[in-house]
Unconditional design. Structure first.
Length: 309
């Protein structure tokens, strides 16, 4: 008996419940039909289908000008039906918001991108889609993974079933205390034995130090930190110079600090490469697709200026 009733109730459609709610609110099948844009016979057919599904009448029909009344079964059906209609409307609104770009996006990032690129990306996305939900997480692990992220910024290509878009080359610059080196480019051999502060030996840092060694420069690393601001504080304190990518220099507003000087390197080191990654084959939401477009535009506008500027 239970499964027989369940089978009938499962045939109830939202349009049946919407017709029932309209009849209750309007007081008659005719006025409900006008409100819904149906014929009165269509409304009657939908109520009849509902009654077959729930196994009994949902309205008393007194006839004439009197308002129709709910039966006790009808009250139960309407009480639960209104909840279903509300949830269906919420689902419809959520889908519409998603299609319009006002959904949720989860982005992985690291400190240089967080300081320079992402503020512009977030500002533009929120201006275009005020209802969007943007979630950011900042880290730079040795072996990054997309996981549940929609997008991941990383300074290099990552392994796995991912797609990517290269955003920019990020050249390394020498940041030194004022007066440490003459103005203009600095030859790499000047760094041999020089005190320097540096990132830990993770990510691209080993490649940087290997490139220095191949050029005959083996600086004396006197301090390591993963935090750009900390390294720059030590440069200001006179502990040593630092080799940092242009994004890190720009994000810390080094050019405006009269205690620091920025120098090109001669010869230059291989630049750091900044990529935006996402899971291969994943269908982007409109918001994620727009985020990729905006990130590309923002990165293009951030092309490094001439070092002497």
């Amino acid at each position: 008996m239970y499964f027989s009733t369940l089978g009938r109730v499962s045939t109830v459609e939202l349009r049946h419940l919407a017709a029932m709610a309209a009849v209750v609110e309007e007081g008659s099948f005719g006025r409900a039909a006008v409100r819904l844009g149906y014929t009165q016979s269509t409304v009657s057919q939908q109520i009849a289908a509902l009654e077959r599904a729930v196994g009994g009448p949902v309205f008393d029909r007194p006839g004439g000008p009197k308002r129709v009344r709910l039966t006790p079964l009808g009250s139960v059906v309407l009480d639960h039906g209104r909840g279903l209609l509300a949830r269906a409307e919420a689902l419809t609104n959520a889908v519409h918001r998603f299609q319009a770009g006002d959904g949720r996006i989860d982005i992985g990032t690291f400190q240089s991108v967080s300081s320079v690129i992402l503020p512009s990306v977030v500002r533009r996305l929120r201006a275009e889609h005020p209802g969007c939900d943007i979630r950011l997480s900042e880290e730079e692990p040795e072996q990054p993974r997309i996981g549940d992220l929609d997008l991941l910024f990383y300074d290099g290509r990552i392994d796995g079933d991912v797609e990517h878009r290269k955003l920019l080359d990020d050249p390394y610059l020498l940041v030194a205390g004022a007066g440490t080196f003459p103005d203009g480019p600095v030859s790499l051999d000047r760094l041999d034995g020089a005190p320097m502060v540096a990132w830990p030996l993770t990510c691209d840092q080993p490649l940087v130090e290997q490139a220095l060694a191949r050029s005959g420069a083996r600086p004396q690393i006197v301090f390591r930190s993963a935090v750009n601001d900390t390294l720059l504080s030590m440069v200001r304190a006179g502990l040593g110079s630092a080799l940092l990518p242009w994004l890190a220099v720009r994000g810390a507003d080094v050019p405006s600090d009269d205690r620091l000087r920025i120098h090109e390197l001669r010869p230059s080191l291989p630049p750091r490469e900044i990529y935006l990654h996402w899971q291969a084959g994943r269908v982007h939401s409109p918001l994620a697709a727009r985020a990729v477009e905006v990130a590309v535009e923002v990165a293009a506008a951030l092309a490094p200026p001439p070092p002497t500027a």
